[in-house]
Design a protein around this ligand. Structure first.
Ligand SMILES: Cc1cc2nc3c(=O)[nH]c(=O)nc-3n(C[C@H](O)[C@H](O)[C@H](O)COP(=O)(O)OP(=O)(O)OC[C@H]3O[C@@H](n4cnc5c(N)ncnc54)[C@H](O)[C@@H]3O)c2cc1C
Length: 417
């Protein structure tokens, strides 16, 4: 079933009777070439690129809940490529390029909106660091513009430029950054993978990993045992728990990150804005809600809901930056479980156990990585070699200390990333 304007018109005029389910609800087979644990953005995109780029279609995605019910449907949808350090920068640049062709590729409207992201800076020191980041982005071939206060006032007049505590000195704009509809991304990849023969199996929790003589043989699940030649753990916030089933201890801590949305308002914020002095960022959804978030809850937890001190902290930051937000009523808030790595950068690697692959450590920035991560993970599983854009995401950097990619300079402290 292909989507097109003509199709929408035809269905609209004929009672919408011709639409079909977006993916098959598969029953598990006894054996697969590849099993992917986790039906989030990264698991589904891995399945899609395995089928599309490598012709590997005897694949199952096992999801303990429903597709898109994890972080891929809980994030604040920011897509950008403004990383500084080699290792990260080429990967996110590659991912953004995939985003730019994604809707045509999937034949699915993921509402990718390149409305631009502005990162504000508030001191001379921050300006120098931001300018350096912008130069690195340009040298890599991506776009970046340093904005003066006068330019900012024209583009985003609603910020509080007069406040004494954190005066705004300027901003870094990436015009190609923006947002996308998060659950549509999961549905689009699910549909594309299912159309190519991948089995998507929901309500199927992996409860054990079978390993014989140092080699993966399959998994135990709530729907029975399933054999696999290759197995990929792609479960974001649950990475440590699932890897423990294979006897592994990962350098990952799970922390809660909260997000908030207000009642629907008329269009007033037409970029993504990131406050440089507090962890606060905001955009406006196509339905009109102001979508914003802030810091981690700052202690390890598997609860997908947040606590009040961070709610207060985020609201304070919002009021400091744009007092007009005080007129809006918050409608909902929620939390997601973040797989925090010590250097704030991800892992896409072989586990050291034959046939077992890892994809985790996305911290609070893995939504923008969904296309790039799926592409790189599929490449690794199919060829047993890292994808050229993801050569830095090795697991052993946490053992050797070599190759760490510490974007924020916070050191090996999960709770500060
Ligand atoms: C509030 C919030 C805001 C965020 N904002 C942004 C943002 O603006 N931009 C950005 O780039 N990133 C953002 N992120 C981060 C991003 O959402 C995550 O990094 C990314 O979604 C994680 O990868 P995923 O989509 O594969 O995870 P998930 O969707 O969580 O997928 C993992 C899946 O594994 C399943 N699973 C777990 N254990 C098992 C098991 N034993 N058996 C079977 N299945 C299992 C889970 O049910 C889940 O569906 C945000 C996250 C949150 C919570």
């Amino acid at each position: 079933m292909r989507f097109s304007g003509l199709r929408v018109l035809k269905e609209g005029l004929t009672g919408n009777k011709g639409w079909q389910a977006h993916w098959r609800d598969a029953t598990p087979k006894p054996e697969y070439d590849v099993i992917i644990i986790g039906g989030g953005g990264h698991g589904l995109s891995t399945a899609y690129y395995l089928a599309k780029r490598h012709g590997i279609t005897n694949v199952a995605v096992l999801e303990k809940g429903y597709l898109g019910g994890g972080n891929v449907g809980r994030n604040t949808t920011i897509v950008r490529a403004n990383y500084f350090l080699p290792g990260n920068s080429e990967f996110y640049s590659h991912s953004l390029k995939l985003w730019e062709g994604l809707e045509e590729d999937l034949n699915y409207n993921v509402m990718h909106s390149q409305r631009g992201q502005i990162v504000l800076f508030h001191s001379d020191g921050q300006r120098d660091a931001i300018a350096r980041r912008g130069n690195a982005m340009i040298n890599r071939g991506d776009d970046a513009e340093l904005l003066s206060v006068a330019q900012l006032k024209r583009m985003v007049p609603y910020l509080d430029y007069e406040q004494a505590r954190f005066p705004i000195h300027g901003g870094l704009l990436q015009r190609r950054a923006g947002t996308a509809r998060h659950d549509a991304v999961a549905w689009g990849y699910a549909r594309g993978a299912s159309d190519r023969g991948v089995d998507l199996i929901q309500n199927c929790e992996v409860t054990g990993i079978d390993i014989e003589n140092g080699r993966v043989r399959g998994v135990q699940t709530t729907r029975g045992a399933i054999r696999a030649k290759k197995l990929a753990i792609v479960v974001a916030g649950r990475s440590s728990q699932v890897a423990a089933m294979a006897g592994m201890r990962l350098p990952i801590e799970s922390h809660v990150l909260q997000a908030f949305v207000t009642e629907g308002l008329k269009p007033c914020i037409d970029h993504v804005i990131s406050f440089g002095m507090g962890h606060f960022y905001i955009s406006q959804s196509d339905k009109g809600g102001l979508v914003f978030g802030g810091d981690l809850d700052m202690y390890a937890s598997y609860a997908a809901r947040g606590n009040l001190p961070i709610v207060e902290h985020v609201m304070e930051a919002g009021m400091t930056l744009m007092p007009m937000i005080g007129n809006a009523r918050v409608l909902r808030s929620w939390g997601g479980i973040m797989d925090m790595s010590p250097d704030g950068s991800p892992i896409i690697d072989h586990s050291g156990i034959e046939g077992l692959y890892l994809n985790c450590g996305w911290c609070y920035g893995g939504f923008k990585a969904v296309p790039g991560s799926g592409d790189a993970m599929a490449h690794l599983i199919a060829t047993d070699r890292p994808h050229p854009a993801a050569t830095g995401f090795r697991l052993d950097r946490f053992r050797t200390g070599r190759g760490l990619m510490d974007e924020e300079g916070t050191g090996a402290q999960h709770n500060l990333h």
